[in-house]
Design a protein around this ligand. Structure first.
Ligand code: SF4
Length: 578
């Protein structure tokens, strides 16, 4: 693959030189060329070539590779002494976005990356950030996961953009991912508002050819002139909110005129509205579809820039017999159409079941929605029907420390009455499935501790929260502060594998040896903070000590500690290379 070429392109001259406005140096070193990139890598490179000064994020599939790429460039530049845009993982998505706001405050460009549910965590600075009248361009790259390949829901980030009244760009191939990232910075600065770049799994994790454009210099350092634009005291917030409302007209004019929002076709007996990958799948079936309609090409509008181009939609749908919406994700456009089109308009899509209500789109589902006969595919076309292969549910790696931790927990609670075991998000979520079947809840990052506290308050005698070390730092700490204050009988079990394992072994924000002092600093009693080595040979002893803490009628914290096998393998490889 030609990824190496793309990575070279990210090696910019030192940012100090760029601050002096030496754009030509960069332009000369980035002559137009093509390379093959993942959607996530295209976003990363688009940010680098778009003059980003800092990139922040929290790992989460399918967004992780954006910041992995940018951090790789940052480290490479640091090693060579070249300098360049900063890139760092943050404690959670909220702190990442707040960092991005700070970069914008200083007049520079930043990109903040996260998966869709991460935007829930970052929603406070995001929605309030829309009111600020920001300075340097701020792009929030959010990767949605329709079909929930590795997520707990299918939420669609376009709703967030609409809620906060910010522009949103939705690329449908790697080239657009690159181009729209660059454009998003310009749009952000033009309207002084954060911009959402909405990605989905198939785009983030598929490769495509991307033609690179000359890079742009970073913005110079220049603090916001009017500090009151950054202060959401009621007196200024009311004014800023009016500004936000007033700029909607201009933002709408921008999205309406956007070249990626294009219409085509003439036959109004059916108007097709597509967005994101829905547009690709529609085009894949178009030839057959047009043939099935006796050569008539349906009128069609593809939407890639939001807010929705209301007038374009009204114009196109005027006189339409039926409107079919093919969008990847939740029925965002379809729902909005109810307020845009006359009540009598016939709208089909996910709501009426023409398109499956849940799950990821694919060419076959779109084909079915168009009323075309299924095509034989690789799964069913041969002599052996591959769809009948047994499923392969995810499992912990053989020898994973979490396996031993769950055996310990199960042994500790085996004879106890009234037990509730809440858990959290990470590799250890697999403790929900056989052979462990040890945990009873997985809701959102950090929820295990608050839920165990609630369960204890409700009267469950032995409430236990199981949480990973990085999830604890992400959003378990605040729950533990509540638990310390309540001092209810409950036990927090921290599974410390010294890494963010599930998303590809990113470093945790603090090393394992700093966890105990942190926990003690929050007010946990030293005599009820235990550190145990999660090894099979200590199973009996660990279970007995854990059981004693579970039976203690106050708050206790038990750290079950052993390095993730994958992290161990990576560490050894790095040590060998040094
Ligand atoms: S990656 Fe690490 S933590 Fe995750 S299942 Fe494998 S060994 Fe366990």
């Amino acid at each position: 693959m030609s990824l190496g070429a793309g990575r070279e392109a990210g090696c910019f001259p030192a940012c100090r030189a760029l601050d002096k406005g030496d754009v030509n140096a960069m332009t000369d070193s980035n002559s137009t060329r093509q390379t093959l990139l993942l959607g996530d890598e295209a976003v990363a490179l688009g940010a680098l070539h778009g003059g980003v000064s800092a990139s922040y994020g929290y790992p989460g599939t399918p967004s992780t590779e954006i910041l992995e790429y940018l951090i790789g460039e940052y480290q490479k530049n640091r090693q060579s002494g070249a300098g360049g845009p900063a890139a760092r993982w943050c404690t959670n998505e909220k702190t990442a976005l707040e960092g991005g706001l700070g970069i914008s405050f200083a007049g520079r460009r930043s990109i903040v990356t996260m998966k869709h549910v991460g935007l829930n965590v970052a929603s406070d600075p995001f929605i309030n950030g829309a009111l600020l009248g920001i300075k340097g361009g701020l792009v929030i790259a959010v990767a949605d996961d329709p079909g929930m390949h590795s997520s707990q829901n299918e939420q669609d980030s376009r709703f967030y953009a609409s809620f906060a009244m910010t522009p949103c760009l939705e690329p449908r191939n790697q080239q657009e991912a690159y181009d729209m990232t660059r454009e998003a910075f310009d749009v952000s600065e033009r309207f002084r508002i954060p911009v959402i770049l909405r990605l989905t799994t198939r785009l983030s994790h598929a490769r495509g050819a991307v033609t690179l454009a000359p890079g742009r210099a970073q913005n110079s350092l220049s603090k916001a002139e009017d500090k009151t634009q950054w202060m959401l005291l009621p007196v200024y917030a009311r004014r800023n909110y009016l500004f936000l409302i007033e700029k909607q007209k201009d933002i709408l004019a921008w999205s309406t005129a956007h070249t990626a929002n294009k219409d085509e076709g003439e036959d109004k007996s059916l108007v097709v509205i597509t967005s994101g990958l829905g547009g690709n799948y529609y085009e894949e079936n178009l030839e057959d579809f047009v043939k099935s309609r006796g050569g008539k090409v349906p009128a069609r509008l593809h939407i890639a820039a939001y807010p929705l181009p209301v007038e374009s939609i009204r114009k196109l749908c005027q006189g339409a017999e039926r409107v079919l919406v093919l969008e990847e994700g939740q029925p965002f456009i379809e729902e909005k159409l109810r307020g845009i089109l006359p009540l009598a308009a016939v709208v089909s899509g996910r709501f009426d079941g023409t398109v499956p209500r849940t799950g990821e789109l694919d060419p076959d589902k779109v084909r079915q929605s168009l009323g075309l006969a299924p095509r034989p595919n690789v799964l069913t076309a041969g002599t052996f029907d591959l769809t009948r292969l047994p499923g392969r549910p995810p499992q912990l790696c053989a020898g994973c420390p979490h396996g031993d931790s769950y055996e310990t927990i199960k042994k500790a609670v085996a004879e106890l009455p009234s037990v509730a075991i809440t858990s959290d998000i990470g590799c250890y979520s697999l403790g929900a499935t056989p052979p462990y079947s040890a945990i009873e809840s997985i809701v959102c990052m950090g929820a295990s501790i608050g839920m165990a506290k609630g369960a204890a308050e409700a009267g469950i005698t032995h409430a236990i929260a199981v949480i990973g070390d990085s999830t604890f730092l992400h959003s378990g700490i605040t729950g533990l502060i509540d638990a310390v204050t309540a001092d209810l009988p409950m036990t927090v079990v921290i599974l410390d594998n010294s890494i963010v394992a599930m998303t590809g072994c990113q470093k945790t924000m603090i090393p394992s040896n700093r966890l105990p002092p942190l926990i003690l600093g929050l007010g946990v009693k030293p005599e009820h903070l235990l550190e145990l080595e999660a090894k099979r040979q200590f199973l009996e002893e660990n279970a007995a000590r854990l059981k004693a803490e579970i039976e203690y009628r106050g708050l206790s914290v038990v750290i079950l500690k052993r390095e993730c096998l994958e992290a161990f393998r990576i560490r050894k490889k790095q040590e060998k290379a040094e």
